[in-house]
Design a protein around this ligand. Structure first.
Ligand SMILES: Cc1cc2nc3c(=O)[nH]c(=O)nc-3n(C[C@H](O)[C@H](O)[C@H](O)COP(=O)(O)O)c2cc1C
Ligand code: SF4
Ligand code: SF4
Length: 329
């Protein structure tokens, strides 16, 4: 376990980029993604634990609330939270504070990922992607300084009553929008990246080679924003609106492949166990390791195979494989 752990959810890359920039300053940091079931939830060995996520519908995105409730943190650990938003921060920090108790928190705006509502520059204050990104990088430095200094925000993150109402109605909006995905067959090349990127396994490729959507959707719009052909839309203005994802978080995979790994003799595989692969990013000399979970693949044979992929644009290499026997509380 690294000294610092950052739990991160990101749909269009802004929060993952922020997490990476903070990790770079902190050193010795694991970034654990919360788009799917996190690879690690028991982080009692970490000295600092952070949560970085966007505002969705005035609250927390996807299943972050559910995942955060599984996280075990040492009572002596320093905790921090960062929310990114387009127009208003919502109650996500307050919700995480309810669950883990945050020592330090902060909020900042970045490009709007929710193409359904606004073009991406319609953040507050309106800004170009380059300006917003520069500002985000400067903010990440300040946040890391504060975290290293152990600064505390004092009091609790604010609770916005209007956002609480908004968030109550959010699941209905998500369910409604989940029915609206369209694919332009003239543009789609059947690469399957949309299905790969979907955190909920909501997209299947049809025999005709085009994607089909189910109803288990977070509205993270990763499928739409990262489609290399701009073949996906949610109808109306989204057909023409410029696509956006964070410039430093691409879908290009570094060293994809399957890595065989032999478990130690007598390793017990219990229900709910996870494997994670740790990656090093030598290009940026990060001491950070990234964790990617794969569901355990066998119950009786000791050999497993781990599929390695990365959402980073940098080259990466696999540096270790760990088995987490239990993900339960
Ligand atoms: C489904 C969805 C809902 C969103 N809801 C809000 C919101 O309620 N308020 C807001 O200010 N921004 C909202 N946003 C904008 C994101 O918070 C913002 O784009 C953020 O930078 C995205 O971070 P990411 O790139 O790490 O996913 C929403 C974005 C998405 C995709
Ligand atoms: S990512 Fe785009 S081009 Fe690739 S299969 Fe999906 S819709 Fe088609
Ligand atoms: S279908 Fe698209 S928007 Fe919905 S969860 Fe999957 S990737 Fe996100």
């Amino acid at each position: 376990m690294s000294k610092n752990v950052i739990f991160c959810y990101s749909g269009t890359g802004n929060c993952l980029d922020m997490a990476k920039n903070i990790a770079k300053r902190l050193g010795d940091t694991d970034i654990v993604m919360m788009r799917r079931q996190p690879a690690v939830t028991d982080v009692t060995g970490a000295e600092r634990v952070g949560f970085i996520f966007p505002c969705y519908g005035g609250g927390l995105p996807g299943d972050v609330e559910f995942f955060a409730r599984q996280v075990k943190i040492s009572p002596n650990a320093y905790t921090f939270g960062v929310v990114q938003f387009a127009g208003y921060p919502g109650n996500g920090l307050r919700m995480i504070d309810d669950i883990v108790g945050l020592d330090y928190w902060t909020a900042m705006s970045h490009q709007c990922g929710y193409i359904v509502l606004f073009p991406h520059q319609m953040m507050l204050p309106p800004m170009s992607p380059a300006m917003a990104q520069k500002r985000s990088e400067r903010t990440a430095e300040k946040i890391a300084e504060n975290v290293l200094a152990g600064r505390e925000s004092g009091g609790r993150p604010p609770l916005y009553r209007l956002n609480r109402l908004e968030y109550r109605g959010w699941p209905a909006i998500v369910a409604l929008k989940a029915k609206n995905f369209l694919v332009d067959p003239a543009r789609c090349v059947g690469c399957g990246q949309c299905a790969e990127i979907c955190p909920t396994g909501n997209i299947r490729m049809t025999p005709a080679g085009t994607p089909a959507w189910g109803r288990n959707c977070y509205q993270c719009v990763s499928c739409l924003q990262y489609c290399p052909q701009q073949a996906i839309s949610l109808g109306g203005p989204t057909e023409k609106r410029e696509r956006y994802h964070n410039p430093n978080v691409s879908r290009r995979r570094a060293q994809p492949g399957r890595y065989p790994y032999r478990l130690k003799k007598n390793t017990r595989l219990s229900e709910g166990g996870y494997f994670s692969a740790h990656f090093a990013f030598p290009a940026k000399e990060l001491s950070t390791s990234f964790v990617k979970s794969t569901h355990w693949l066998c119950s009786s044979t000791p050999a497993v195979s781990i599929t390695v992929s990365s959402r980073s644009s940098e080259d990466c290499s696999i540096t270790g494989v760990a088995f987490h026997a239990s993900m339960s509380l």
